[in-house]
Ligand binder design. Structure first.
Ligand code: MN3
Length: 201
């Protein structure tokens, strides 16, 4: 199997009380695991694609044969977007961005508070299932946006830095229909060192 489900670097319960243990367990070991399995199954007869990295695959979906393109977009996106999401989270949230990332956020959004407001709005206004993102453009500047389903910023020529899953499966057990509460709570568990690392990479 070319693609393996990445292990979490914290316990399922470690993100409580922001995200409950049952949600983390199901989200990782069922939802993300299924995207991973289906990505491998989709690529079974396409060894030349399966040997590429997921970043390379998602960056240019036009190179994927049409008969499997949608399956690769959905399951490859599901595999990769969730990997970013878990990397972005930490039991010991570091509070605020610092260094070059903080400077770029100030420049693009006028400060950390307006940045958070715009991210929450992006997540809240994404109708149905999808993701809110902080991404880096080709010129190095920052962009807040959202995508539908498992669509990945890589496929739009962007580098995703911060991924916030707004599918109901990410928050429903604890927050039910209150997506806004999930979005405002998640700031307490963002790993800004990880986001900054992705920004500087
Ligand atoms: Mn999800």
């Amino acid at each position: 199997m070319p693609f393996e489900l990445p292990q979490l670097r914290y316990a399922n319960s470690a993100l409580e009380p922001v995200i409950d243990a049952m949600t983390v367990e199901i989200h990782h070991s069922k939802h993300q695991a299924t995207y991973t399995k289906n990505l491998n199954t989709t690529l079974e007869n396409y060894p030349e694609i399966a040997s590429k990295s997921i970043v390379e695959i998602l960056k240019d979906l036009s190179k994927i044969p049409e008969e499997i393109r949608t399956a690769v977009k959905n399951n490859g996106g599901g595999f990769y977007n969730h990997a970013l999401y878990w990397e972005n989270l930490t039991p010991n949230g570091s509070g605020q961005p610092s260094g070059k990332l903080a400077e770029a956020i100030d420049k693009a959004f006028g400060g950390f508070t307006p940045f958070k407001e715009q991210m929450e709005k992006a997540g809240l206004t994404r109708f149905g299932s999808g993701w809110a993102w902080l991404s880096k453009k080709g010129d190095g500047s920052l962009l807040i946006h959202s995508t539908a389903n498992q669509d990945c910023p890589l496929s739009e020529g962007l580098t995703p830095l911060l991924a916030v899953d707004v599918w109901e499966h990410a928050y429903y057990l604890k927050y039910q229909n209150r997506r806004a509460d999930y979005l405002s709570a998640i700031w307490a568990i963002i790993d800004w060192k990880d986001v900054e690392g992705k920004f500087l990479a």
